[in-house]
Design a protein around this ligand. Structure first.
Ligand SMILES: [Zn+2]
Length: 262
C-alpha cells in the first residue's frame, strides 16, 4: 500500500513522504529523498509501538503504553465496546446481530452515528500527537493517511490536523500536507502489503548512524526507544550523559550504542 502510494498514488514530485497505514494495527512507510527507507533490518516505521501513553493497556507487542493501545482500529473497537457496556447509545445495533468490528464502526461513523464519530475523533487526536513527533523528526512534505481508518475521511483528518497544530513546531508543520490515501490503492492492496514495506521486508542494511540529540538521562531510554522504532538505525552514537541511561533494556540492543568520539 505504501509502495503503491509512493510509486503511482498521490505522491507526485514529493521527495520526503510518510505513509501511515491506520488499520487494526499501525504501520508506516518512509520515503526519504525518493528512496524507501527500511532501516538496518527492515523494521523502520514501527510507529504503532512508540511509548506515548502512561497506561496499563498491554499492546499486541507485549509492552504497554504503545500508541496502538489508544490510537488504532483495535483501540477504537475496544473503546466502542466499553462505551456500549457503560450504556452509551449507538445506531450500531449490536443486539440485532451487527458485530462490533472496525468495519462496522467505520460504516456507523459515515452514517452519522455520534458515538462512532466521537471515538474516531478521539483516535484522530491521539494520532495527531504522534504524527507531530514524526513531523518534527522527518520534516516531510507529505503525510498520507491510509488503511481502514482513513475511510472515515475528515472525521479522522480534522482532529489529526488540530493536534498537529497544537503539538508540532509551526515552522516545521507548515511544510507538511496531510492527505487521505488514494482510494483505488486502498481498496486494491491489503494491509499485509503495507507491512511488507514497513515491517517484514527482506532485510536491508542501511548502514546509517544517527547522533542522539542530547536527551536528559532521565528520558534517554524512552527517546532511544522512539528513535529505534522510527529509524531502525544500525547504531546510535551517544554522549556521556545519555550513555548512563543505557543500562536499561532497549529490546536487548545495547550493542547498537557507541560512545561519542572525543
Ligand atoms: Zn506495542
Amino acid at each position: 500500500m505504501a509502495y503503491g502510494e509512493f510509486t503511482h498514488g498521490i505522491v507526485k514530485d514529493e521527495k520526503n513522504v510518510l505513509f501511515l497505514n491506520l488499520d487494526y494495527g499501525l504501520g508506516m512507510g518512509i520515503m526519504i529523498d525518493q528512496e524507501i527507507y527500511y532501516g538496518k533490518s527492515g523494521f523502520a516505521g514501527e510507529f504503532g509501538h512508540i511509548p506515548l501513553f502512561d497506561n496499563d493497556i498491554i499492546c499486541n507487542c507485549g509492552k504497554k503504553g504503545c500508541l496502538e493501545t489508544e490510537a488504532s482500529g483495535w483501540a477504537l473497537v475496544e473503546m466502542f465496546k466499553k462505551e456500549i457496556q457503560n450504556g452509551t447509545t449507538t445506531a450500531l445495533d449490536n443486539e440485532a446481530g451487527t458485530p462490533i468490528i472496525l468495519e462496522n464502526i467505520i460504516k456507523a461513523a459515515l452514517n452519522d452515528d455520534v458515538l462512532a464519530i466521537e471515538l474516531v475523533a478521539k483516535v484522530g487526536s491521539h494520532l495527531g500527537k504522534a504524527i507531530s513527533i514524526l513531523i518534527n523528526i522527518f520534516n516531510p512534505e507529505l503525510v498520507i493517511l491510509g488503511g481502514a481508518l482513513a475511510e472515515t475521511g475528515d472525521y479522522l483528518r480534522l482532529p489529526i490536523l488540530s493536534a498537529i497544530n497544537k503539538y508540532s513546531l509551526s515552522r516545521v508543520n507548515s511544510d507538511t500536507a496531510i492527505k487521505i490515501s488514494n482510494s483505488e490503492i486502498r481498496s486494491g492492496l491489503s494491509a499485509p502489503a503495507c507491512s511488507s514495506v514497513t515491517g517484514s521486508y527482506p532485510f536491508r542494511k542501511a548502514g546509517l548512524t544517527y547522533r542522539s540529540a542530547g536527551p536528559t538521562e532521565r528520558h534517554a531510554s524512552t527517546v532511544f526507544r522512539c528513535i529505534s522504532n522510527f529509524i531502525n538505525p544500525s547504531c546510535i552514537i551517544v554522549g556521556k550523559t545519555s550513555s548512563r541511561a543505557l543500562s536499561k533494556d532497549l529490546y536487548g540492543q545495547q550493542e547498537m550504542f557507541r560512545p561519542c568520539p572525543p
